[in-house]
Design a binder for this molecule. Structure first.
Ligand code: SF4
Length: 224
């Protein structure tokens, strides 16, 4: 069984992280703006990076990604501007809800809260789920959380370290208990890259995989 440090070491030798491959990371790094990062994260759900950047830039150029600008337009207008990302009905509603949250809760006060409290508060907003909250908390607040997306779930299920169907919290706790904040963010990104490039949903490239020696799926295939 591979431990978190081992996964980090092995995967960091294979993939290099380009900030542009991670929309929330990129937006937070370049703007240091929590609201903009939430908007980018919502837009990216079930969408390609390319479509996400187009929608985000459309929104920035035509309306402006600020709390007041988003609250000043109708949900239908918002839907129209972001439609390229798909699921624009729900995404427009979520972005409006998040804008309202930041209108009522000032960012200066929020940043003084401990990470757990902040997470709890974010999760009260319709549209902010665990993954979205954790993505923003890890990228913008340097909190010690671990966002789990579909790629990470698939890789972890196949590795079998936590059984065949590990839940979000089990996966997050497994990594949080062994890694620091920077390592958590790095491994989060590396596992996503691994899921996109090697441990793909269909036909994973197991023979080329640097962690195949500790993978149950690979073992079941009779490869080792
Ligand atoms: S050996 Fe195959 S299934 Fe296992 S982690 Fe690597 S690519 Fe994924």
């Amino acid at each position: 069984m591979c431990n978190p440090k081992e996964l980090l070491n092995k995967l960091s030798n294979v993939y290099s992280i380009d900030p542009k491959d991670f929309v929330a990371y990129y937006v937070c790094k370049n703007t240091s703006d929590v609201f903009k990062t939430f908007v980018a994260t919502i837009l990216s759900q079930n969408s390609t990076d390319k479509a996400t950047y187009v929608a985000y830039n459309n929104l920035e150029n035509k309306i402006g990604v600020t709390v007041d600008k988003i609250l000043s337009i109708s949900e239908d207008e918002l839907k129209e501007v972001i439609k390229i990302v798909g699921l624009s009905n729900s995404k427009a509603r979520y972005i409006k809800n998040i804008a309202l949250f930041f209108k009522r809760n000032k960012i200066d006060e929020l940043t003084r809260l401990p990470c757990d409290k902040l997470r709890e508060l974010f999760l009260t907003v319709d549209g902010i789920g665990e993954k979205t909250a954790d993505v923003v908390l890890v990228n913008c607040f340097k909190c010690k959380f671990f966002p789990v997306d579909t790629h990470i779930k698939r890789v972890m299920s196949r590795l079998g370290i936590l059984g065949s169907k590990p839940q979000y919290k089990e996966i997050a706790d497994f990594f949080i208990s062994s890694l620091n904040e920077d390592e958590l963010l790095e491994l989060h990104q590396l596992l996503i890259l691994h899921g996109r490039k090697t441990c793909t949903a269909k036909k994973p490239l197991c023979d080329k995989c640097v962690i195949n020696y500790c993978c149950e799926y690979f073992s079941r295939m009779g490869k080792h």
